[in-house]
Design a protein around this ligand. Structure first.
Ligand SMILES: [Zn+2]
Ligand SMILES: [Zn+2]
Length: 189
């Protein structure tokens, strides 16, 4: 019985959430200058990126749909703090991430090649969460680095090379190794 109750509650919140993020632009369709602001937060914490889930915090989305000379322009910002793990040195770190995105809304697509135009469903509905999610995910970095010049870990001893050089001997090109042996055997003057 308890299970059933919590399930119903879950479904309820989902339905409400969908209603607020998918809305009609009918009221501003024929009113130049009018705009519909929106703000909500997205939960993308379940998304897996190569074994980690960096979008642990909610993504705050703000934006508006504006009628500009009878053209509907949607602009949005999606912002969060990513919980990353460095691909080179495995150190966890936080990174602010903000994505700005813009498109035009149309009741029919005149030019199939124009990716800036999003079709309104039933001639009036737009799903801003769907758009915000796509825009945000497109901007996710494929490589997570704690800093662009992260030196990573030594492949032999695993030491964090950002903290200083390790005590491993530098691995040499086999052709150079012969030369190194010769140099090592050379008596010091
Ligand atoms: Zn690193
Ligand atoms: Zn080492």
């Amino acid at each position: 019985m308890f299970d059933k109750k919590s399930l119903a509650y879950y479904n309820n919140t989902r339905v409400i959430a969908r209603c607020t993020m998918q809305f009609s632009v009918r009221s501003i369709l024929n009113t130049p200058g009018a705009q519909l602001p929106f703000a909500f937060s997205m939960d993308l914490s379940g998304l897996d990126f190569g074994g980690s889930r960096p979008i642990a915090d909610p993504v705050a989305v703000t934006g508006s749909v504006r009628n500009r000379l009878d053209v509907l322009e949607l602009s949005l910002q999606a912002k969060t703090t990513l919980h990353c793990v460095c691909d080179r040195c495995a150190k966890p770190f936080l990174r602010e991430k903000e994505v700005s995105w813009r498109c035009f809304l149309a009741t029919e697509k005149q030019n199939e090649d124009n990716d800036d135009i999003v079709l309104l469903e039933d001639g009036e509905f737009v799903d801003v969460e769907d758009l915000a999610r796509t825009a945000f995910l497109l901007e996710m970095d494929t490589k997570m680095l704690c800093s662009q010049d992260c030196k990573g870990l030594c492949p032999r001893c695993g030491a964090d090379l950002n903290l200083g050089p390790c005590f491993c001997k530098k691995e040499l090109d086999p052709r150079m190794a012969i030369l190194a042996t010769l140099l090592e055997n050379e008596p010091n003057e």
